[in-house]
Design a protein around this ligand. Structure first.
Ligand SMILES: [Zn+2]
Length: 126
């Protein structure tokens, strides 16, 4: 059911499996929200490994086609599994919330963390 979101990761195991694991763990209404939105997509960041920071951003546009694209870094394939799950869930939370607040949580980063935790993916304590 999620195969169209995994095309970008076809040759990047275990990230493909990690993305699928998180997608399958999402509540049904969240899965349906993504599956019925043609603007939702999951993409692989093209930056060369090692470039940039450890910040994983969901692209937010003004209603453009990429407005709900989740962009994931290739290094999520190599890093600690629990951390990768957390980052992927955090980005899906942004997409679900459309980079907005969640309930009483106005800060979109805190909202994404809280929703990811609600789905069972807490930020690992190092
Ligand atoms: Zn974030």
């Amino acid at each position: 059911m999620f195969s169209s979101y995994l095309e970008a990761f076809e040759h990047l195991q275990p990230l493909r499996q990690r993305v699928l694991h998180v997608l399958r763990a999402l509540p049904a209404e969240v899965q349906q929200d993504f599956l019925t939105d043609t603007c939702f997509n999951v993409l692989l960041d093209n930056y060369a490994p090692g470039e940039g920071s450890m910040v994983f951003m969901a692209v937010s546009g003004e209603g453009g086609i990429s407005s709900r694209s989740v962009v994931l870094r290739p290094r999520l394939s190599d890093c600690d599994e629990a951390f990768a799950y957390y980052v992927i869930a955090h980005e899906f939370a942004h997409a679900y919330l459309r980079n907005g607040p969640w309930g009483d949580i106005a800060d979109c980063e805190e909202a994404a963390d809280a929703l990811a935790a609600h789905w069972g993916f807490l930020m690992p304590v190092s």
